[in-house]
Each structure stands twice: as structure tokens, then as C-alpha cells.
Design a protein around this ligand. Structure first.
Ligand code: AMP
Length: 210
């Protein structure tokens, strides 16, 4: 069976969210983005959201226990398979995941720091439907609205330059070790995130169909 239990790795801004939306639409998987789930908790001012907000605004990782508790029940409900986007982000999270499910593929979308900074400073997100845009690739002006739903576009709090650098540092220190972790387990596939969105998508579909 082609890959139905999939993890996306990669630095912030590499295109995980954009590609995840396309892949789940094509393959009918459950998309679980821990960043989106957390932003929803923050917006609803839940206890978890109140605890997570400070870490997120600083570009730091939310403690493992909170994340694992938030995600594990949802993975169990994904009968037709899942795509994890932004989880795991630490070795402890990867070990917790391994104790609850096998995986079919881990796709690492790689992107260098300079390109991450360039992309994230010009990223805008739809407040209503979560669609992701970039001022330099696919938006004609700062005041444009969402193509899909007409919603308002905003800049994420953590897409400010000082926070972006910190997020890349956190990625290198805490998350990049997962590349070796999954390579050792024979699950890792790497994709060059500098290729255009369509080429990255084609490459991911080729990997998941193999
Ligand atoms: P993202 O949308 O994936 O860039 O995540 C935004 C922020 O949410 C991160 O900078 C972290 O503060 C937090 N976050 C998301 N996923 C995780 C995770 N797996 N572990 C810890 N913190 C996370």
C-alpha cells in the first residue's frame, strides 16, 4: 500500500503546510498540523492555548508533554491514514510517536536559512480558511484578500524577522536531528524545497506512490 502514515519534516517556511494541503486532498489523509491546532487553541483562549502562546510568540517549542497529549488521540482516529505536519519536532516526540504507530514515510523538505527568512517575511495567511500566500510569488498587493474564500490575510506573529531567526535556530538544534533518526529507520526521503511548489508536489507524490 502506498504511504498512508506520513510525516513532513523541514524548517519553518519550507512549504510543509502548503504541500500538506495538496497531498491530503489528493490522497484523502487526515492533515494534522500541530501549529494550526495550537493557533486554534490560542484563538479560543483555552488552557492549552494560554500555556502555549508565550512559547509560540518567541519562536520556541511548546513543551513535549503538551504537544504529545494534544496530538495522540487525533492520530488514533485517522483510520484512512494521516499526514503529520510540524510534528514530531524533537527526538522525545518522535519516540512517543513510534510507541503509538508505525510510519510509512518521512519526507524532509529542505531549505537553507536565507531562503527561509526571505519566504517567511513575505508570508501571509488567510484568517478565515488558513490558505497560505507569499507576497513575492502569488499576491499582487499587501491588501489582497484570499483567492479561495475572500478572507482577510494577516502576518503571523512569529513571522517577524527576529522570531524567524530563532525558529531556524530551534529547528537546527531540536528538529534537524530527526533527519538522522528517520534515516536510520529507513524511512527518510529528502526533497529540495527550492524547487517550485508544483515540482515539490510531484516529487512528494512520486515518493508516496512508491
Ligand atoms: P508551525 O505552524 O508548525 O510553524 O508552528 C508554530 C509554532 O507552534 C512553533 O514555533 C512552536 O512554538 C509551536 N509548535 C508547533 N508544533 C510543535 C511541536 N511539534 N512541538 C513543539 N512546539 C510546536
Amino acid at each position: 500500500m502506498p504511504g498512508r502514515r506520513v510525516v513532513f519534516l523541514g524548517p519553518p517556511g519550507a512549504g510543509k503546510g502548503t504541500q500538506a494541503k495538496r497531498v491530503v486532498e489528493r490522497l484523502g489523509l487526515l492533515h494534522l498540523s500541530t501549529g494550526d491546532l495550537l493557533r486554534d487553541e490560542v484563538a479560543r483562549k483555552t488552557t492549552l492555548g494560554e500555556k502555549a502562546k508565550g512559547y509560540m510568540d518567541r519562536g520556541e517549542l511548546v513543551p513535549d508533554r503538551l504537544i504529545i497529549d494534544m496530538i495522540s488521540g487525533r492520530i488514533g482516529q485517522a483510520k484512512k491514514g494521516f499526514l503529520l505536519d510540524g510534528f514530531p519536532r524533537t527526538v522525545a516526540q518522535a519516540e512517543a510517536l513510534a510507541s503509538s504507530t508505525d510510519l510509512d514515510a518521512v519526507v524532509s523538505i529542505d531549505l537553507a536559512r536565507e531562503e527561509v527568512v526571505r519566504r517567511l517575511t513575505s508570508r501571509r495567511v488567510c484568517r478565515a480558511c488558513g490558505a497560505i500566500y507569499n507576497l513575492t510569488f502569488n499576491l499582487s498587493s499587501e491588501t489582497a484578500r484570499c483567492d479561495a474564500c475572500g478572507g482577510e490575510l494577516y502576518q503571523r506573529e512569529d513571522d517577524r524577522p527576529a522570531v524567524i531567526e530563532n525558529r531556524y535556530d530551534v529547528y537546527e538544534k531540536s528538529t534537524a536531528p530527526l533527519i538522522a533518526f528517520y534515516r536510520q529507520r529507513g524511512l527518510l526521503h529528502s526533497v529540495n524545497g527550492e524547487l517550485g511548489s508544483d515540482k515539490v508536489f510531484a516529487e512528494i507524490m512520486r515518493i508516496l506512490a512508491a
